[in-house]
Ligand binder design. Sequence first.
Ligand code: FAD
Length: 494
Amino acid sequence: MATDHVDVLIVGAGLSGIGAACHLRRHCPEKTYAVLESRDAVGGTWDLFRYPGVRSDSDMFTLGYSFKPWTDPKAIADGDSIRDYVRRTADEYGVTDHVRLRHRVLRADWDGESARWTVHAHRDDTAETVTLTCSFLFACAGYYRYDAGYTPAFAGTERFAGRIVHPQHWPADLDHTGKRVVVIGSGATAVTLVPAMAERAAHVTMLQRSPTYVIALPSRDVLADALRRWLPAKTAYPVVRWKNILLSTANFQLSRRAPALVRKLLLRAARGRLPAGYDVDRHFSPRYDPWDQRLCVVPDGDLFSALARGAASVVTDTVDTFTERGVRLRSGAELAADVVVTATGLNLLALGGMTLRVDGDDVALPRTVAYKGMMLSGVPNFAMTIGYTNASWTLKADLVATYVCRLLRHLDRTGQQVVTPLPPPDAGRVPLIDLASGYVLRSVDTLPRQGARAPWRLHQNYPRDVLLMRHGRLTDSGVRFSRAGTPRRRTVRA
Ligand SMILES: Cc1cc2nc3c(=O)[nH]c(=O)nc-3n(C[C@H](O)[C@H](O)[C@H](O)COP(=O)(O)OP(=O)(O)OC[C@H]3O[C@@H](n4cnc5c(N)ncnc54)[C@H](O)[C@@H]3O)c2cc1C
């Protein structure tokens, strides 16, 4: 049976995979491509998550694509608007017809002789295995497991008479009107859910083991609103985008250089939005420095408003056990609940769970070293998108996709077929994701590593990465270009 062949095979039809396909259309229109998506819809994160209030916590001028202006007046947007934006972009660039839904990629085998990947996907609807070949494999599969969110083992859940739900699997029939809700967690999801559910619930309690930095930002961008009146979207968009990039870069750098000052400013701002005497030190003063974990953004301070009007409250304590009526805490107090939401996080998963093999050898991801945060040592013609942790995901996704297009054009221009990153010459290794958040620490050993220095080290700094990835040299000591069939050098693999 003939196997389909495409020049580029993209895995995943979320924000990154659709963006990658659009970049290919724009910069390498002659390349054939397909997008394999395991779910039955385009949109990834923004289609999966359906909990009340689901929204971005970055501004959409930087979470949007560089090539497709975000024109909605909301700078911090709800999940539906982001999903529609991704789908509209896919339609506009003719990408939708290239997406094959319900194709879960399980394995990809590289053959150096033919310079091709053979990719095996499982169709969940027909239970068939589909095989395709491609010259370049581009993983845009996100960073977490889709089938199961993370829930720690809580004692006594079996006797709880109410409902326990995880935000990743929100039941469409759940009506929380007039109910007592406990949201366990203190991350971005918890701070989104609490004010959204507080609008209709009898009361919402955010139960956190330890606090997170929470910062109120306007849901609309004043500059964008002003420019929109006078300038076409194509002109206004990059101005607002760069304003936000520079502000968030400055904010991150200041947090790194003067953590005590930034901490003081964040706590003062929280205090200013809460009633006099509120225990900010207990509930909003984390043990870590700003940006050791992501800051939580609350648009127009909606979380603080819900707390101030008494519709919600924060309890900083640890779950001892679920009871018939609610949750008993280590302190002995009990929180009565009809609904408990475990906003306890994600399970990290590299490359959407697919395994890679190069010329018959399995690739052990933790033994690979990321090159420019997007390719893996010893793995030819392969790239992956992992967005920034300190800025909008799409800023990095756009850069990675642009870089892949540059690589493909370089290969064509030089009559070569293969690009293989090499491991760094020195032994220095650091984690690929440099956040101290629980979900990162739980899984960091399963991920590729980074080297100590460029080009094996990610900067987490967009302006610097623009110079490196959009304008920097493609040929450096970290990468080898060759023709199909060239004997490979053994590098870091299992
Ligand atoms: C609730 C929530 C809010 C967030 N808010 C922000 C934010 O405000 N700002 C920000 O920068 N980031 C945010 N993030 C991070 C967010 O995931 C990224 O912004 C972005 O959506 C990631 O896009 P992606 O396409 O890379 O991954 P995803 O959105 O995860 O999409 C990956 C796609 O790949 C598919 N896939 C996975 N494995 C396979 C496989 N083996 N075979 C075939 N298909 C596969 C998945 O089904 C999915 O459709 C948020 C994340 C969550 C969970």
